[in-house]
Write a protein that binds this ligand. Structure first.
Ligand code: PEP
Ligand code: MN
Length: 346
């Protein structure tokens, strides 16, 4: 499509409608308005960024991702997800689940499919691990988040979990992201930033999911390549307010993989809350010294409890709420509402 001012024009097609996007230029409002008069054009926007659907320009509203009827991420509540790096045993996950719930965690984490650098390291219990996690989540009354590594496992993982995790190693796996976006269950997705990815690349990865019609994306900062400090990765706190300006999607921080050491996790969690994150993903293990994966960065239940107390105090100052433990509720089927971009529902 031609544009008189010579700017590059792209169209994005969603459902039966299209957006017209004018990039690399500052077209006049009238020029943009003319596009909206064309049939089936929902909106015309000028964007200088490579990401589109995740852009703040698409909607004034911040996206709230509904996990359960009583739990959404991206609203007032600061939502903490906690649990072991890997699902190891029934006893380990159930014990951790009980203790993190008592401290106010809202989601139980645990890896069943583990992406490991070495093929000789523990790879996770896979589907059997998901069953352990599901039982522990049900017993504790907590929804669960777990990683999906491959497209061929997607259906089974979606059936078992409340939130799909896409790990740092798959942050640029566009066929997996596309499949998640198109999955009819519209599962909430916790999308981690690649270890060497820019924020633009993270938001483009989110666009792959959004483009398929799944609006339930949570962005997760977990630190990028490092070399200068004493932590495992570099978590740039400035990325939190920067993302807030760039996108309408909720922002989660994973201080455990960023730090690589449990003693740094509480301070990083506090910094994340103060900088405006919507929640945390934290590793906790009942016996970190016996953990098969990521023991050194896993908090003990006691360490987690004191960190949560501190965060609760801070959340009041920051105008956020935090959950207090109560009796587990009957779990019910999640309802994932559709989402509106401009005039367009996907
Ligand atoms: C994890 O959450 O245990 C994990 C493997 O994370 P990441 O993909 O960020 O390394
Ligand atoms: Mn881990």
């Amino acid at each position: 499509m031609a544009c008189e001012h010579g700017e590059l024009v792209r169209t994005v097609r969603l459902a039966s409608e299209a957006f017209v996007l004018v990039r690399s230029g500052r077209p006049e409002q009238e020029a943009l308005a003319r596009f909206t008069e064309l049939p089936r054009v929902a909106a015309a926007l000028s964007l200088d960024t490579p990401f589109i659907l995740s852009s703040r320009l698409m909607t004034d509203l911040s996206t709230r991702v509904v996990i359960r009827p009583d739990l959404e991420v991206g609203g007032e509540e600061f939502v903490v997800m906690a649990g072991p790096c890997a699902v190891e045993t029934d006893e380990q996950v159930r014990g951790t689940a009980r203790s993190v719930r008592e401290s106010g965690a809202r989601v139980l984490r645990g890896g069943a499919f583990k992406p490991r650098t070495s093929p000789f390291s523990f790879q996770g219990h896979r589907l059997a691990g998901l069953e352990i996690l599901q039982r522990a989540g049900q017993e504790a009354g907590l929804p669960i988040v777990s990683e999906v590594m491959a497209t061929q496992d997607l259906d089974e993982v979606v059936q078992s979990v409340d939130i799909l995790q896409v790990g740092m190693r798959n942050a640029l796996n566009y066929s997996l992201l596309t499949a998640i976006g198109r999955h009819p269950g519209r599962p909430p997705v916790l999308l981690k930033r690649g270890v060497g990815s820019t924020l633009d690349e993270l938001l483009c990865a989110a666009d792959y999911v959004l483009q398929g019609g799944n609006p339930n994306v949570l962005l997760c900062l977990r630190g990028t390549l490092n070399g200068l400090g004493h932590s495992r990765a570099s978590l740039n706190i400035a990325d939190i307010p920067a993302l807030r300006r760039l996108t309408h999607l909720p922002i989660i921080v994973d201080p455990s993989h960023a730090a690589g050491r449990r003693d740094l996790v509480p301070a990083m969690s506090q910094a994340a809350l103060v900088a405006g994150a919507d929640g945390l993903l934290v590793e906790v293990h009942i016996k970190p010294e016996e953990a098969l994966v990521d023991g050194p960065q896993s908090l003990t239940p006691h360490g987690f409890a004191s960190m949560m107390q501190r965060l609760r105090d801070l959340s009041r100052v920051m105008g956020r709420t935090m959950h207090s433990d109560r009796e587990p509720e009957e779990s019910s089927e999640p309802e994932h509402p559709s989402h509106t971009y401009g005039n367009l529902q996907v």
